[in-house]
Write a protein that binds this ligand. Structure first.
Ligand code: NI
Length: 392
């Protein structure tokens, strides 16, 4: 408990510094896989703290902090660094200086929290055991996912962590709170690209065509069977067709229609079984109607699975740190996160940091032009992350 009190005091002491850092990052957002300035900034910060690091996946940064008996345990802490192609609509002094780019998913907060945790962990390194690996990754918002590139480049080896923690801002959770969930927590996300090819012609003579728009319409309806009839009712899953494009006038049946959509699941086995069912159905409907089809399923992020044992341990530490009243259960979400790549390889705990302040009007969701946080969340964010790094 002595270390916990130390961490708490240091989090309070350093919070203003890391709020400034968050504001700097917020004002200078960079898109996925282009986080060169952010990466250089993180490297400078680590250098100033005396933390050795390496660079991988082009802009990713991996720092190492050794405590007492470094090989006794290895824990990884992860932050993402990329921003979104959104024009910021907030009127704030640290508004994005880059037109059309905004930290609208809080990755500026995640990076600042991890830097803050690094400072505390460095300062307390004689008071905890093991090694902490700091992972600053690129490209969380865009396939293939920066996490997959970091893993490819060896981030989970030499030394191999026995656990990984990552946090995400939660705009529906009040500032001062955090939330956890064991087991499945977020969905896999795969993209569907369907091209139907038939025979175009005069709309008044449909018998001389193969009507691609009618085929496409049947596909849209039929695909709902996958999630309504073929899915186990206790297995959350979503299939949405989000784009259908074909034709340009009233009296011509187009020869080709293109569709796009997303398929999400909470279970890897069902996920890949569903791919087979989707393919069978799309091809069956199309061929039954005399058309041809190309179906491309772009396999995206895996499900995020929180290790149950780690979840219990993390919650207990959070309760010690913040009090039971501040620790909640995270709801299931069909959103996706490339943290899933890490949690497939080693036990992971992906938790939520409350950033909402309804009284101050800070309520906008992530990926909106008015997203912002109550910056008091940073003190909680850096302290709890340091506690997990040193103690979990
Ligand atoms: Ni995000």
């Amino acid at each position: 408990m002595i270390l916990l009190q130390r961490i708490k005091a240091l989090a309070a002491l350093y919070a203003p510094q890391f709020i400034d850092i968050r504001r700097h990052l917020h004002a200078h957002p960079e898109l996925s896989y282009q986080e060169y300035e952010t990466s250089a900034f993180v490297q400078r910060q680590l250098t100033d703290m005396g933390i050795p690091f390496s660079v991988m996946a082009e802009t990713g940064v991996v720092g190492i902090i050794e405590g007492v008996n470094p090989s006794a345990r290895v824990v990884a802490l992860r932050a993402d660094m990329d921003a979104l192609p959104i024009e910021e609509a907030n009127d704030i002094p640290y508004k994005s200086t880059r037109p059309g780019i905004m930290h609208a998913c809080g990755h500026d907060v995640h990076t600042s929290c991890l830097l803050g945790a690094a400072k505390i962990l460095t300062e307390t390194r004689k008071e905890w055991t093991g090694t902490v690996k700091l992972i600053f990754q690129p490209g969380e918002e865009k396939n293939p996912g920066g996490a997959s590139l970091m893993i490819r480049d060896g981030v989970l080896e030499n030394p191999r962590p026995s656990a990984i923690f990552g946090l995400h801002v939660h705009p529906q959770l009040p500032v001062g709170k955090v939330s956890f969930r064991g087991g499945m927590v977020m969905a896999s996300a795969d993209e569907l690209y369907i091209t139907v090819r038939g025979k175009g012609g005069h709309a008044a003579a449909p018998h001389s065509t193969v009507d691609t728009l009618l085929v496409a319409s049947h596909i849209v309806v039929a695909l709902q069977q996958v999630t309504s009839r073929q899915r186990d009712p206790f297995q959350p899953s979503v299939l949405s067709i989000t784009s259908i494009q074909g034709g340009h006038t009233t009296n011509v049946i187009p020869a080709e229609v293109k569709m796009m959509g997303t398929f999400r699941a909470m279970n890897e086995e069902w996920r890949f079984k569903a791919h087979t069912l989707i393919r069978r159905l799309v091809e069956g409907v199309t061929h039954g109607m005399g058309a041809e089809v190309d179906l491309h399923i772009d396999v995206g992020y895996p499900t995020v699975y929180n290790n149950e044992t780690l979840d219990v341990r993390a919650r207990a530490l959070a309760v010690d740190y913040m009090g039971a009243g501040q620790v909640e259960e995270t709801e299931l979400r069909m959103g996706a996160e490339d943290f899933g790549y890490y949690s497939q390889k080693i036990p992971g705990c992906f938790y939520r940091l409350g950033v909402m302040n309804a009284a101050a009007g800070i309520v906008s969701g992530v990926h909106t032009p008015t997203f912002n946080i109550d910056e008091r969340a940073i003190e909680t964010g850096i302290g709890l992350m340091a506690l997990f790094g040193s103690t979990a």
